[in-house]
Design a protein around this ligand. Structure first.
Ligand code: ADP
Ligand SMILES: O=P(O)(O)O[C@H]1O[C@H](CO)[C@@H](O[C@H]2O[C@H](CO)[C@@H](O)[C@H](O)[C@H]2O)[C@H](O)[C@H]1O
Length: 485
């Protein structure tokens, strides 16, 4: 996304610079006509956002101060005029400036749905962001709009009656039931979700990127392919900035479904194996891979692409070792996993690549009351740039993610049962082989390299988000560093 701000607010110096809307190098003004009035609001909201944003679970830049904001797009979804009945609703795309971003244009951009009321009813107290002290909204209260049922109702109505609103475009693939009671999903997640009745779940992406989000693109492609392993998008909305930027997806809510992580922990807690489930998950993964390969390009990874794949793994290892010094002693051992793939590439080996899930683990699987497994959340690893997440990769990448997840489940349970994980891992690969016709274990070098890459990612993820969990991937790092295929 080009820096499309017409308003830039530098918090550190408490100065505000306003510029006239300018044309981005690649297209029209990114703050479109009709929304310009709202752009003047950012300076008065910035101090409140500065306090509130870094505390959100979905804020990706934890540990680095926010020094200012730029406005990418602003839309008044409900009138902010104090004489209007009911709440106002402001939709913002704001870039949060943080030191150490590679470039200002790489600062993360967040989607905010800000409710505005004269006073906040008690039932919305937990959603309060703060009172605006100056500017056109002075004296009014700003709050997280998604917690307001009136705001949630309005979003569903927008999907029912698709069309454009300023830079926002609402699309619908199927009829939508009206009048469903909304609730905010209470889950540890990277985005925010609203559930409507027991019928739909709306995921609002928080950190947004230019282009189509794979969590819309891949489920749409799978639905076209007739693959029922993924809930098919019912509706979605995007911003024209100028290339479409996915903001949210509405899909069927799988009522009564339980996620694979909880089910695996329950099995461990009851001293049970998880083998039929693991095998069925392997089959489900293979079916999704087969459908993705049929729907989207499947380039071969020739020598230069293999080199690129391995270079990425090595760079991620080096970056992770810089951030988490505990990794340093294992770097030479882990490197051998990547070197083995390079060596095969030099011998002329090539692998098929295709679009994959990209961040597959037990928490991304749901088992329905009928025992049918579904995969969700095709966004890929949240920390990776979107073009990288959308690039074709060997499908074994997802297999490695699930194998790591069985290891995680076993490690978080007392007493630790490595045999439980080993049996699940084998059953998963067997199920995968039954449905795909190829066993992921038949490419041990590629599998080990991807498992190593995933464990390295997890070390960084846990160090940043859940330091108490760091020993879990570190145990795998020790094992993988000492392994030869
Ligand atoms: N279609 C669905 N039906 C039922 N529950 C769902 C569905 N999609 C997601 N969920 C629930 O919402 C949670 C968060 O969804 P997810 O797509 O993983 O969000 P995030 O990317 O924000 O982590 C999941 O862990 C799951 O419990
Ligand atoms: O679900 P997200 O898209 O937010 O994925 C991120 O968070 C996951 C944790 O919630 C993290 O997964 C890791 O922990 C899981 C147990 O909580 C485990 O099952 C996974 O195997 C492990 O990778 C995921 O890596 C991260 O991207």
């Amino acid at each position: 996304m080009s820096e499309a701000a017409s308003t830039r607010v530098a918090l550190a110096k408490s100065t505000t610079t306003r510029k006239t809307p300018r044309r981005s190098p690649s297209g029209p003004a990114a703050v479109p006509p009709g929304t310009a009035g709202t752009t003047a609001l950012l300076p008065s909201l910035a101090p409140l956002l500065h306090e509130w944003l870094p505390r959100q679970r979905w804020f990706a830049g934890k540990g680095r101060p926010v020094t200012g904001f730029s406005l990418v797009a602003a839309t008044e979804i409900l009138p902010l005029d104090p004489s209007a009945a009911g709440p106002g609703l402001l939709h913002l795309l704001v870039r949060a400036h943080q030191p150490n971003s590679p470039a200002r244009s790489h600062d993360d951009c967040y989607q905010l749905l800000l409710g505005v009321r004269g006073s906040l009813p008690a039932r919305l107290a937990a959603a309060r962001i703060g009172q605006v002290t100056d500017g056109p909204l002075a004296g009014r209260t700003l709050y997280e709009g998604l917690h307001d049922p009136r705001v949630a109702d309005l979003l569903l109505e927008r999907f029912r009656n698709p069309g454009s609103l300023g830079p926002l475009r609402f699309e619908r693939a199927a009829p939508i039931e009206p009048g469903l009671t909304p609730r905010v999903l209470d889950a540890e997640q990277s985005n925010s979700s609203l559930v409507y009745g027991d019928a739909y779940i709306l995921k609002i992406f928080r950190r947004v990127f230019p282009g189509t989000n794979p969590d819309l693109e891949l489920p749409l492609a799978l639905a076209r392919e007739g693959c029922g392993r993924v809930p098919a998008p019912v509706a979605w909305f995007e911003a024209a900035t100028p290339e479409p930027l996915t903001l949210g997806v509405l899909q069927p809510f799988l009522h009564g479904a339980q996620d694979g992580w909880q089910l695996a922990l329950a099995a461990l807690g009851a001293g049970r194996d998880f083998l039929p489930e693991a095998r069925a998950l392997g089959r489900a993964t293979a079916e999704v891979h087969t459908a993705l390969a049929a729907a989207l390009p499947t380039p071969a990874l020739l020598q230069s692409q293999t080199r690129h794949l391995v270079t990425g793994m090595v760079e991620r290892l080096e970056a992770a070792a810089q951030a988490v010094p505990a990794l340093v002693p294992y770097v030479p051992g882990l490197r051998t996993a990547f070197d083995a793939v390079t060596a095969l590439g030099h011998q002329g080996r090539s692998w098929a690549a295709q679009r994959v899930h990209g961040d597959l683990h037990l928490g991304q699987t749901l088992r329905g009351e009928d025992g049918f497994w579904t995969l969700i959340d095709f966004e890929g690893e949240p920390a990776k740039p979107l073009p990288e997440r959308r690039s074709p990769q060997p499908p074994v990448r997802d297999v490695a993610g699930m194998l790591r997840s069985f290891d995680y489940a076993a490690r978080t349970h007392r007493p630790w049962s490595p045999e439980w994980a080993a049996r699940c891992r084998a059953a998963y690969c067997e199920g995968y082989a039954e449905a795909a016709g190829t066993d992921p274990r038949s490419e041990p070098e590629l599998l080990r390299a991807h498992e190593t890459d995933k464990a390295v990612y997890e070390v960084l993820y846990e160090a940043r988000h859940r330091p108490d969990w760091l020993p879990v991937p570190m145990a795998a790092i020790q094992r993988l560093a000492a392994t030869t295929v």
